[in-house]
Design a protein around this ligand. Sequence first.
Ligand code: NAD
Length: 263
Amino acid sequence: MPGLDLSGRTALVCGASRGIGRACAGALAELGARVFVAARSERELAGTVAGLPADAGQAHGHLAIDLGDTDAVRAHARALLERSGPVEILVNNSGGPPAGTATGASPDQFEEAFRQHLLAAQVLVQTLQPGMEERGYGRVVNIISTSVKQPIPGLGVSNTIRGAVASWAKTIARELAPFGITVNNVLPGFTDTERLRYFFGQRADAAGVSVEEARRRALAGVPAGRFAAPEEIAAAVAFLASPAAGYVNGINLPVDGGMLGCL
Ligand code: NAD
């Protein structure tokens, strides 16, 4: 049976200085991959790398990139290939757009989110694809949101961009399948990170209640009765990145404690 071992594989995990991305880097390294992490802060990335499990002689690394700068993303990805050889696993992840209604958002906010999420993912896939093809093994995993199945009130720009990424991912999943490359989305439910603390602060302000009350109301909609740990999202990502998931392609996988009510 194909297993979870990622020895000999190289991964790039974006948005990995904290939260879900950081946990994904840890999970992939745990399974044996050499991991490169990307985000904006050199200092925080160095902290992520220092915390990764490593076999003797395994050199993880980091790239300081703003995912909203499309040309820089492409340039960094090319430089990474020269340094590391083919990168077979790509985790597309970035900070969520600011909260607010869709009708209240400016065109600039939509454009910024589109660049940071969709265009970054697009140029990374384009740049890494030849190496994945050469290896006959590619795994693209996009961290998006349950909002692709049920839009979340107060996250207008985010809901819109996640839908665009989901549709892009489904399209390229079919284009890349013949080369042994899969493309899947992980849809985290409420996950205990900085983003969730920001979100509850915004929800509390909008509803005129305390942050504790906003948390309590959110939790009432989660059958598991608790929020996820980032490592629980990372476990799903690691599975999709592994040989075991070789025939899983083009899916949206909610990891939400049963929160979504739809099929
Ligand atoms: P987080 O805010 O804790 O971490 C985001 C990571 O992305 C950080 O490493 C940050 O430095 C990096 N980042 C942000 N903007 C960047 C940029 N322009 N360039 C490069 N790196 C950048 O978020 P998280 O909770 O770990 O969530 C990860 C993703 O999953 C986000 O898109 C979030 O909206 C989404 N999500 C989170 C939850 C949740 O409950 N936490 C639920 C659903 C979806």
